[in-house]
Design a binder for this molecule. Structure first.
Ligand SMILES: [Ca+2]
Length: 271
């Protein structure tokens, strides 16, 4: 009897892990790896209300919209080819300035390939967004992405950086690096790179279609604190059992079965 129950427990664990994989495959974000563009492999400033690259329609980044700036400034978000992001300038509205990443950049994120860089200067920042459809009202969703903080190669200063994330009207959530009010020792050193950091956030859908938005917010002005972004994924979370909790549940059940079995043996001995 015990061996049969154990088989059922382990089968439940295996089925559970299979469920996780199935749900994770349902990423609702289109082009979340930023590999589909109109840029033919050349690093480019994304098109926006202020900047219209020749021959590029929309942002130039498939499925993504590059927004406007709340202060009337020119939004400055870029798409980089990871293979030459530190050696080749992005085509931009600032052709006379080197628009490439600091030499400390280490290459592609764990998601792989190319990525987006968003200027956090409040006078030029603007949201990168995508309308997400296929949501279930009231369901929980887990957002995950890779991000990092860095400077362009032509700027040298201590910076802080954060990315503000919203899904529809849900409360804003953020990732950040450095304390804007702290000493330099608590900020990103000049031209340093944080390395790629994985972030996860949970949101609840209020509508079947909602706007997913990323806004880079940094300090100080004029030293563009740059946030890198890649590997954006949004999957329904409510039906996803955590592998660890699932395993613990199975172990708990096994323990229960073993204890019951021992009690039966003790009872039989007493009888
Ligand atoms: Ca990528």
């Amino acid at each position: 009897m015990i061996s049969k129950i154990l088989v059922v427990c382990f089968a439940a664990v295996i089925i559970g892990f299979g469920l996780v994989e199935t749900v994770n495959a349902g990423n609702l974000v289109l082009n979340g790896s930023f590999e589909q563009t109109q840029f033919n492999g050349t690093s480019y400033e994304l098109g926006s209300n202020n900047w219209k690259p020749t021959g590029i329609t929309g942002s130039g980044l498939t499925n993504w919209t590059n927004g406007s700036n709340s202060q009337g400034g020119s939004v400055y978000n870029l798409w980089f080819n990871a293979s030459n992001a530190t050696t080749v300038d992005a085509v931009s509205q600032y052709p006379s300035e080197p628009q490439r990443l600091s030499a400390s950049f280490t290459g592609s994120s764990p998601d792989g390939g190319n990525f987006v860089a968003m200027d956090g200067d409040p006078s030029v920042n603007g949201a990168l967004s995508q309308q997400i459809s296929g949501l279930t009202v009231g369901a929980d969703y887990r957002l995950s992405f890779y991000w990092g903080a860095i400077e362009l190669s032509n700027r040298h200063g201590y910076t802080t950086e954060s990315i503000h994330v919203t899904l529809g009207d849900s409360p804003m959530q953020a990732v950040s690096y450095g304390d804007p009010n702290g000493p330099d020792s608590q900020k990103l050193a000049p031209n340093a790179f944080t390395g790629w950091i994985q972030a996860t956030m949970d949101f609840q859908a209020d509508s079947t279609s909602e706007l997913l938005s990323f806004l880079s917010v940094g300090t100080p002005n004029g030293l563009p604190p740059i946030a890198l972004l890649d590997g954006v994924s949004l999957v329904e979370a409510s039906s996803v059992p955590e592998p660890s909790s699932l395993a613990l549940s199975a172990l708990g059940l096994i323990g229960f079965v073993v204890i019951r079995s021992r009690r039966r043996r003790i009872t039989s001995t007493l009888a």
